[in-house]
Write a protein that binds this ligand. Sequence first.
Ligand code: CDP
Ligand code: CDP
Length: 227
Amino acid sequence: SEKKIVIAIDGLSSCGKSTIARQLAKELNYLYVDSGAMYRAITLYFLRNNIDFNNKEQILNALDGMDLDFRLNEQTGKVEMFMNNENVEYLIREMIVADKVSEVAAIPEVREFAVKQQQKMGAKKGIIMDGRDIGTTVFPDAELKLFVTADNAVRVERRFKELYQKNPNITIEEVAHNIEMRDYIDANREVSPLRKASDAIEIDTTNLTPEEQLQKVLKIAQNVINN
Ligand code: CDP
Ligand code: CDP
């Protein structure tokens, strides 16, 4: 049978990572894991429980016993994030979480907690994970690493369109501000900042339709799998 590999996809917000990951997972019949959903779920928990982001003891207590898992929704065919058995897939995409997630994801104890679980999920191969540190920290030995980019204005426009469907009160300025802030924190934090791994292949999606980007990355992936 065909060899199963690990595919790591990194890049800034709204550059097209999860679209590529979902497309490839479908074509290759691989498991897709959205690592950002875990940081978002942890953030939701911290906000609900008023965890002080500077208090290590509170943070460790909050993480102790926190149960994060991805479950397949049979109706939609999409994987959804569950936190302590509650479906939080919708809530974690709200701006309230997006506003704080990069701060929470910069906390070393939070990263250690998430990375450990992510590495376990990859042990059986046949997995595609997207995030910020997948090719550098989570799976440094991944057989295929993609580093996805897109022009800033295009990223803002794409994310705005997505969020506007859920909340017509959202403004493009709000989205632009959130993306700019997260870009900065994610690229400049001390632990596992966003970096292009030296062996990652760069994919600029600025001028690609989802169909065009799929053709491009599928060819690359099949090349790695068949060689
Ligand atoms: O979908 P989007 O690109 O907006 O973000 P996401 O993938 O849902 O990730 C949300 C946030 O989680 C990012 O802005 C990072 O702060 C953090 N994150 C991270 O630090 N490391 C990862 N592997 C994935 C996400
Ligand atoms: O995962 P990430 O935050 O990097 O981005 P995404 O969720 O894959 O893409 C953000 C939005 O851009 C989605 O609504 C995609 O449908 C859209 N997109 C696009 O219009 N053209 C592409 N080539 C890739 C994504």
